[in-house]
Design a protein around this ligand. Structure first.
Ligand SMILES: *Cc1c(COP(=O)(O)O)cnc(C)c1O
Length: 406
């Protein structure tokens, strides 16, 4: 039997593709997974072969460790197969490194970058810090207000960073509309697709130019690695790859092998997490202690209609806002949870909870997303893992007693 590794998400169901993607026999040899190639030096047969080495700069040609080896190429290949419309994928040592790598590819001094106001905070910080230092101006816009978005463009706008749903507050914007406008205005559109992954949202066919992910989250899936990726069509992929090589971005083969292992069960984990998260979100929405449940998969929640129109899946990450109470009560709730760890990151097999206060990271959108008459603002973000939803709900129920001060 020979695996046909040229198959893509357009040709096969995700469950089937995810098993075979990236498993080229020249990289795996006689075993199932590509071995971990820990390598800086490639030994050549002769000086002639040494001279020939640098002349080809393709994946699949081992030349020197900084250009990767079969373990990294197999992961990049698998991610490309899963990203409809992608010609290739570049790997980065973290999600933030992927964002920096993309910005440093598509922007130059004097350019203007637009970022959705609800983007991941380090993305915002990069716009205000690193990019400012390099003479690039960043403007934030409310992605739910198309007028606000169009007004943010100027002649120097070269790129737009879109995140959907937004970090912490989980608003869903009209990604195809934002991407279309960016293209009309001659700007490169970049989607941070960490939440949905290509299994839940196919960015490139919806008009996005570059799709990036923090592989640290769902693809790794086991809270034991940091990696990022960016996938694009031929022209932008070639530019991303060249810039990543100039910047010296290389990922460890051990992490690439772990990410490949995580990838093989991504669809199962996402489906299970999403199912449990929806069950928990529904339960929370019926509780008197809760003012707003910010879960795009929940009917009636902010962003649900666009999620339903555009997405083919979800995941276990969502937030909620308490009705009244104070920060101390919210923190008591989190401290009382026994099945949710307290920690950053998300998308692992284990459930996590963190307190959230997004208004410090917003300049154009209000928190909480739905209008609140009573000043409700103390939020929690849950990353629902693979535990039983029944047990997780029971844990949340007992922690709500701590919130009430009982
Ligand atoms: C975590 C995260 C990142 C950054 O990924 P790291 O691997 O932690 O650097 C980027 N975007 C989103 C939406 C994230 O949640």
């Amino acid at each position: 039997m020979t695996l046909d590794t040229s198959k893509r998400l357009e040709d096969l169901e995700a469950a089937t593709l995810i098993v075979g993607a990236g498993r080229r026999s020249e990289w795996t040899g006689p075993v199932v997974n590509p071995p971990v190639w820990r390598a800086s030096t490639h030994l050549y047969e002769s000086t002639a072969a040494l001279f020939a080495g640098p002349r080809t700069n393709e994946d699949g040609r081992f030349f020197y460790g900084r250009r990767g080896a079969p373990t990294q190429w197999a992961l990049a290949d698998a991610l490309t197969a899963l990203e409809p419309g992608a010609a290739g994928t570049v790997l980065y040592p973290s999600g933030v490194a992927a964002i920096a790598g993309v910005f440093l590819t598509v922007l130059k001094p004097g350019d203007v970058l637009l970022i959705t106001d609800n983007a991941y905070d380090p993305t915002r910080a990069m716009g205000k810090g690193l990019l400012t230092d390099f003479g690039i101006e960043t403007r934030f816009f409310d992605p739910l207000e198309i007028d606000d978005y169009e007004a943010a463009f100027c002649e120097r706008t070269r790129a737009v960073l879109i995140e959907a749903p937004g970090s912490l507050s989980m608003e869903v914007c009209d990604v195809p509309a934002l991407a279309r406008i960016a293209r009309e205005k001659g700007a490169v559109s970049v989607l941070d697709n960490t939440w949905a992954s290509p299994l839940g949202f196919a960015g490139l066919p919806r008009g996005i130019d570059i799709v990036l992910m923090a592989l640290t989250k769902h693809v790794g899936g086991h809270s034991d690695l940091m990696l990022g990726s960016a996938s694009a069509g031929p022209e932008l992929h070639a530019r991303l790859r060249a810039r990543a090589q100039q910047l010296g971005n290389i990922v460890s083969p051990d992490d690439a092998a772990l990410a490949l292992r995580g990838l093989r069960t991504l669809h199962l984990r996402l489906a299970r997490e999403a199912e449990s998260a929806l069950e928990i979100a529904k339960w929370l929405s019926g509780r008197p202690e809760i003012a707003q449940v910010l879960c795009p998969m929940l009917p009636g929640a902010p962003g649900h209609d666009l999620w339903k129109r555009d997405f083919t899946g979800g995941c276990g990450l969502f937030s909620f806002v308490f009705k009244g109470g104070d920060a101390a009560a919210r923190n008591r709730f989190i401290d009382a949870l026994t099945l949710f760890g307290i920690g950053y990151s998300w998308g692992g097999f284990e459930s996590l909870a963190i307190p959230i206060e997004p208004s410090g990271y917003r300049s154009r959108m209000s928190w909480p997303p739905a209008p609140s008459q009573d000043g409700d603002r103390h939020g929690v973000r849950l990353s629902v893992g693979l535990e039983s939803a029944t047990d997780l709900i029971a844990d949340i129920e007992q922690a709500l007693a701590a919130w009430r001060g009982q």
